[in-house]
Design a protein around this ligand. Structure first.
Ligand code: SF4
Length: 100
């Protein structure tokens, strides 16, 4: 089992800090119904803060229910980088990148 916590003297980067505080990952079995098929998805943990849709405009969007979804899967490196940034910035780890 992975040790959770900060190693003494080791400075954490932003992602590691967030994963230390919020180690729960997105769950592809909990994908919401609005996602287009593919690698990236938003699961049911989404709190509708809209950070992903502003970070990766055109790739993530907000549904009428207030939950975000993947509107378009990335098709190039620039779009993939935006999706990755959205994933790493999501405050509740509702974005996954192991979808189908
Ligand atoms: S950043 Fe996360 S919590 Fe916020 S809308 Fe997107 S998926 Fe939902």
């Amino acid at each position: 089992m992975a040790k959770i916590g900060r190693e003494k003297g080791k400075k954490l980067d932003r992602k590691s800090y967030r994963l230390t505080l919020f180690p729960i990952m997105a769950d592809k079995s909990e994908k919401n119904e609005f996602n287009v098929p593919g690698k990236y998805y938003v699961d049911s943990q989404c709190i509708g803060c809209a950070l992903c849709s502003s970070t990766a405009e055109g790739l993530f969007d907000m549904s009428d229910t207030g939950m975000a979804y993947v509107k378009k899967q990335p098709t190039n490196d620039a779009e993939n980088a935006l999706c990755k940034e959205a994933l790493e910035s999501c405050p509740v780890q509702a974005i996954g990148d192991d979808g189908e």
